[in-house]
Design a protein around this ligand. Structure first.
Ligand code: SAH
Ligand code: SF4
Length: 350
């Protein structure tokens, strides 16, 4: 049975047309799915009963079981969501003063093998469908206060978004549909470890979402050690692709930079970073390493992270330092991992 949340509005309109239904029916259904977030087709009260029945026979609603919901002291909430095949993914909801930011996953696991990242340890289990990407937003709304709004979406959960390109783009199309969630493209940020051809494709497709590039190191030697992707596309190739992204509609590229004590965090590295990024309209987001069980890296002290930031700011590079959210519930960057059903079973049995 098809998941209705895999359908873009034009695709659903086409489905309706084939059954003699007018286009506005598809818009109504979109509103029920994403604005009212119904859990059954029978709740779509302004849709005629026979059509509701037909929808119910043709489609699933793509709901996910909440396997685990954890609340952090800082207000962020981590959802472990169970997919139809028993796999699990994670999404993290973070409140700001006026709205929420949601971090979502695009794959179960990840194939990229970055050495500092916990998700890498799972390997790639599978891609998420567009509907599974979108459903994380529906599920996270359960944790939003009455009247609250998820305004920003960051594709920084499990997985490499550009490794699941078609489903990602379809999900972006659904998420920005006015009759659905109506996210502004400018409030969506896709983070990539640096798949150069996919970055070029993203630019050529003129998708106006923000791009964040996980640069994480200033020399090829260090970056290749941390991120195997650098052996295929090195820093120069990556930055060339970034330079070639048309200035409009994308405003600034974000470069993420994980601070690993003694490896990427020297002040000389900071100065080299400024040189590397010269001429690219960008900002830098520094992420002090978030440790996970079994990790061998360390993060810098807050004082040192600030000094690194200052080094960049002084030279005119717009730089933010991410004070990690949800560390107490393993919801921070690179701490997302879910045990396979078998491993969970062993834990229970064992
Ligand atoms: N796969 C994509 C998006 C998910 S990772 C990517 O790599 O960009 C999101 C960010 O978390 C990346 O910038 C990554 O470098 C960073 N990250 C991964 N593990 C981390 C850890 N243990 N501590 C801090 N940042 C980490
Ligand atoms: Fe995958 Fe991103 Fe983790 Fe690298 S940092 S293994 S690309 S999720």
């Amino acid at each position: 049975m098809d998941n209705i949340k895999d359908y873009t509005l034009p695709a659903l309109t086409e489905w309706m047309a084939q059954r003699g239904e007018p286009a506005f029916r598809a818009r109504q259904v979109f509103q029920w799915l994403y604005q009212r977030r119904v859990t059954g087709f029978e709740q779509m009260s302004n849709v005629a009963r026979p059509l509701r029945r037909r929808l119910g026979e043709s489609f699933s609603l793509g709901g996910m079981a909440r396997q685990d919901v954890r609340h952090s002291r800082d207000g962020s909430v981590k959802y472990a969501l169970r997919l139809d095949d028993g796999q699990c993914i994670e999404a993290v909801l973070m409140p700001n003063n006026t709205h929420y930011t949601l971090c979502i996953s695009t794959q179960v696991g990840c194939a990229m093998g970055c050495d500092f990242c916990m998700t890498a340890r799972m390997g790639l289990v599978r891609n998420l469908s567009a509907g599974e990407i979108v459903q994380q937003v529906v599920e996270a709304y359960g944790g939003v206060e009455e009247g609250g709004l998820i305004r920003n979406l960051v594709f920084m959960g499990m997985g490499e978004p550009l490794h699941n390109y078609d489903n990602l783009v379809r999900a972006l199309t659904i998420l920005t549909e006015d009759h659905g969630f109506g996210f502004s493209w400018r409030r969506l940020t896709v983070s990539t470890s640096g798949l150069v051809p996919a970055i070029r494709r993203f630019a050529a497709d003129r998708l106006p979402a923000n791009l964040a590039i996980s640069l994480n190191a200033v020399s090829d030697e260090t970056r290749a050690r941390l991120m195997p992707v650098n052996r295929r596309w090195n820093i120069a190739a990556l930055l060339d692709a970034c330079r070639e992204i048309p200035k409009e509609p994308r405003v600034r590229i974000t470069f993420e930079y994980v601070l690993l004590k003694g490896i990427t965090d020297s002040l000389a590295d900071a100065r080299k970073l400024v040189k590397l990024l010269h001429g690219i309209k960008c900002k830098v987001n520094l992420i002090p390493f978030n440790p996970w069980p079994g990790s061998t890296y360390e993060g810098p002290s807050l004082e040192h992270a600030r000094a690194f930031q200052e080094e960049l700011l002084h030279r005119g590079l717009l730089t933010t330092l991410r004070i990690s959210k949800g560390q107490d519930i393993q919801a921070a960057c690179g701490q997302l991992i879910t045990a396979s059903p078998a491993a969970r079973w062993r834990k229970v049995a064992g």
